[in-house]
Ligand binder design. Structure first.
Ligand code: NAD
Length: 506
C-alpha cells in the first residue's frame, strides 16, 4: 500500500525524512580536503532541492578558485610523497574494501539521501545505486594487488644482452567530475580505479546532487584513507569544475556528463596534456525483431527508457520495432507505463520519481512540445501528473522523422521515439544514424540476427534481450561522440596508469 497521500488530484506529498537524513541536510556547507571539513574561502553556497516537491532542503558549498587550488595541492602532496601509492597493494585493497563495507552498512541512509537529492525512488536507489557503488569498489579493490607489468624481449638486440620490462605506475592526481543521474554510483565508479592504481584524487559531484558524495567523505576517514588521498569538493561546473580541469597540478581528468561539456573539458585539458577519459551522452537504439515474445520485449523496452525517469546515458530512447509488430509493441509499452507512473521519491511503491530539477523538467517538456510542433504524435503521456515537483509522465512519441530534434538529440527524460523498420540492414542504418554510440539493445530469439546486429551497430555496449546491464568486470564506454576511453574492468584501471619501459644493458 502506498504511504503517499494525494491532497488534491495534482499535488504530490513527499514522506517525512528520517532523522539521519535530516542530520545530513542540516550540515554546514563544507568541503572535504585533506580528511578535514573546511569552509569555502568565499562562503558562497548552492541550494539543494528535493525534486519531489521543488523545495529547498539544504545548501552546499560552491568551491572558489582558492578552494580548488587547496584541494589539488592536498592531492598533489599526497601523491608526491607516496603515502598512498607506496603502500603495500593489499593495504590499498583492504582500505577500499573497508569503504565498501561502510557504504553497505549505511545503505538505507545513502538510498534515502539519493532519493531526496536526485528524485529517484528510494527502492531503486537501494536496489541499484548503493549495491552498484559497493560492487565497483570491491571489484577495483581486487586490482590493487594484481596490477603487474611484463618482461619483453627487444626485437633488435641479441638475447641476454639487455633486460627490459614494462611496468605500470599510477598516473598521479586525478580530477573526477560526475553528473547528477547516479550520484553515489558515479562517484564510486570514478574513485575506485584511481585508488586501486595508487592515484590521489579530487572528486567534484554535480551541483544538483552532492549529498551522497559528502556523506561518503565521512566514511573515507573511518575507512582509514590517509589525508589528501580522496578530496571531495562541491561547486558549479563552469567555475570549480573548470578550474580543476585547467589546474596544472592535475595529471588526469575523468569526466562523465554531457557531450557538450565533454568537448569543453577535452579542449581545456589539452594545455598541459592531461590524460582524459570521457563518458558522455547517448541516444541508444532498442531494436525489436519480429520473432520476439512481444510482451517481454515491450516490458524490456519500457524499462530501457523509463528507468531513472530516462535520465540514463544508455536509456533506450530510440525504439525501432519491426513493422509487423509495431502496433503491438507500442501497445505493450503503453500498458507498462502504469508501472512507471511517477511518484514522490520516498514513496516505497514508486518505480519512477520526478526529474532532477526545474531545468531538466523544462528541457524535457520543451522537447515534447518541439516534437509535437514538428508533427510527432503523443501516443502516451507528454504531460506532468502534478502541480509541484518535477514529474513527467512516461511518454511515447510516434510518427517521428530522423530530422526532428526529439529523434536526433538526447532528451534525458522518460521520452521514447518509436519508428518502424522492415529488415536488418535498414534498422542497422537507422540505429547508426546518430552522433552517439554508447549503448544499444536488440530483442530477438534469432541468434544469427542478434550477432549480425551486434556487429553492425556502432556502440560501446550491445545488449541482447536485456538493457542497461552493467558489470564492474566488463568495460563500458562510447563510440563516436559518446566519449573515449573505457571505464570498469581491466581497461578501467589501465586508464589510471602510465606505462614505463625499462631497458638495462647487461
Ligand atoms: P553536465 O555535462 O552538465 O555536468 C556534468 C558535470 O560536469 C557536473 O559535475 C558539472 O558541474 C560539471 N561541469 C559542467 N560544466 C563544466 C565545465 N565547463 N568544466 C568542468 N566541469 C563542468 O551533465 P549533466 O547534465 O550533469 O548529466 C547529464 C549528461 O551526462 C547526459 O548527457 C548523459 O548522457 C551524461 N551521462 C553519461 C554517462 C556515461 O557513462 N556515458 C553516464 C551518466 C550521464
Amino acid at each position: 500500500m502506498s504511504s503517499t497521500t494525494q491532497t488534491s488530484p495534482d499535488t504530490f506529498v513527499q514522506r517525512e525524512y528520517s532523522p539521519q537524513a535530516k542530520a545530513a541536510l542540516a550540515r554546514a556547507p563544507a568541503l572535504f580536503i585533506n580528511n578535514e571539513w573546511v569552509a569555502s574561502t568565499h562562503g558562497a553556497t548552492i541550494a539543494v532541492e528535493d525534486p519531489s516537491t521543488g523545495r529547498e532542503v539544504s545548501r552546499i558549498a560552491d568551491a572558489s578558485d582558492a578552494d580548488v587550488d587547496r584541494a589539488v595541492n592536498a592531492a598533489r602532496a599526497a601523491f608526491d610523497d607516496g603515502r598512498w601509492s607506496d603502500l603495500p597493494p593489499n593495504v590499498r585493497e583492504n582500505t577500499m574494501r573497508k569503504l565498501a563495507d561502510l557504504i553497505e552498512a549505511h545503505a538505507a541512509e545513502f538510498a534515502e539521501l539519493e532519493a531526496i537529492d536526485n528524485g529517484k525512488p528510494v527502492g531503486m536507489a537501494r536496489m541499484v545505486d548503493v549495491p552498484g557503488a559497493v560492487d565497483h569498489l570491491r571489484y577495483m579493490a581486487g586490482w590493487a594487488s594484481k596490477l603487474g607489468g611484463e618482461t619483453m624481449q627487444p626485437s633488435t638486440m641479441p638475447r641476454g644482452t639487455v633486460f627490459s620490462y614494462v611496468s605500470r605506475e599510477p598516473v598521479g592526481v586525478a580530477a573526477q567530475i560526475v553528473p547528477w543521474n547516479f550520484p553515489l554510483l558515479m562517484a564510486t565508479l570514478k574513485i575506485s580505479p584511481a585508488l586501486a592504481a595508487g592515484c590521489t584524487l579530487i572528486l567534484k559531484p554535480a551541483e544538483q546532487t552532492s549529498l551522497t558524495a559528502l556523506r561518503l567523505a565521512d566514511l573515507v576517514v573511518q575507512a582509514g584513507f590517509p589525508p589528501g588521498v580522496i578530496n571531495i569538493i562541491t561547486g558549479n561546473g563552469h567555475t570549480a569544475g573548470d578550474r580543476l580541469v585547467k589546474h596544472p597540478g592535475v595529471d588526469k581528468v575523468a569526466f562523465t556528463g554531457s557531450t557538450e561539456v565533454g568537448k569543453i573539458i577535452n579542449r581545456n585539458a589539452t594545455e598541459t596534456l592531461k590524460r582524459v577519459t570521457l563518458e558522455l551522452g547517448g541516444k541508444s537504439p532498442v531494436v525489436v525483431m519480429p520473432d520476439v515474445n512481444v510482451a517481454d520485449a515491450a516490458a524490456g523496452a519500457a524499462g530501457a527508457i523509463f528507468f531513472n525517469s530516462g535520465q540514463v546515458c544508455i536509456a533506450g530512447s530510440r525504439l525501432f520495432a519491426h513493422r509487423s509488430i509495431f502496433d503491438k509493441v507500442i501497445e505493450g509499452i503503453a500498458g507498462a507505463t502504469a508501472f512507471w507512473t511517477p511518484r514522490p521519491s520516498l514513496d516505497p511503491s514508486a518505480h519512477m520519481g520526478p526529474l532532477v530539477s526545474r531545468d531538466q523538467f523544462d528541457r524535457v517538456m520543451g522537447y515534447i512540445e518541439a516534437g509535437k510542433r514538428d508533427g510527432a504524435t503523443v501516443a502516451v503521456g507528454g504531460d506532468s501528473p502534478s502541480s509541484n515537483g518535477y514529474y513527467v509522465n512516461p511518454t511515447i512519441l510516434v510518427d517521428v522523422k530522423p530530422t526532428m530534434s526529439v529523434v536526433s538529440e538526447e532528451i534525458f527524460g522518460p521520452v521514447v521515439v518509436a519508428q518502424r523498420f522492415d529488415d536488418i540492414d535498414e534498422v542497422a542504418k537507422m540505429a547508426n544514424d546518430t552522433c552517439y554510440g554508447l549503448g544499444a539493445g536488440v530483442w530477438t530469439r534469432d541468434v544469427s540476427a542478434m550477432h549480425r546486429l551486434a556487429s553492425k551497430i556502432k556502440a560501446g555496449t550491445v545488449w541482447g534481450n536485456c538493457h542497461a546491464v552493467i558489470d564492474p568486470a566488463l568495460p563500458f564506454g562510447g563510440f563516436k561522440q559518446s566519449g573515449f576511453g573505457r571505464e570498469q574492468a581491466r581497461q578501467g584501471i589501465d586508464a589510471y596508469t602510465e606505462l614505463k619501459t625499462v631497458i638495462i644493458k647487461l
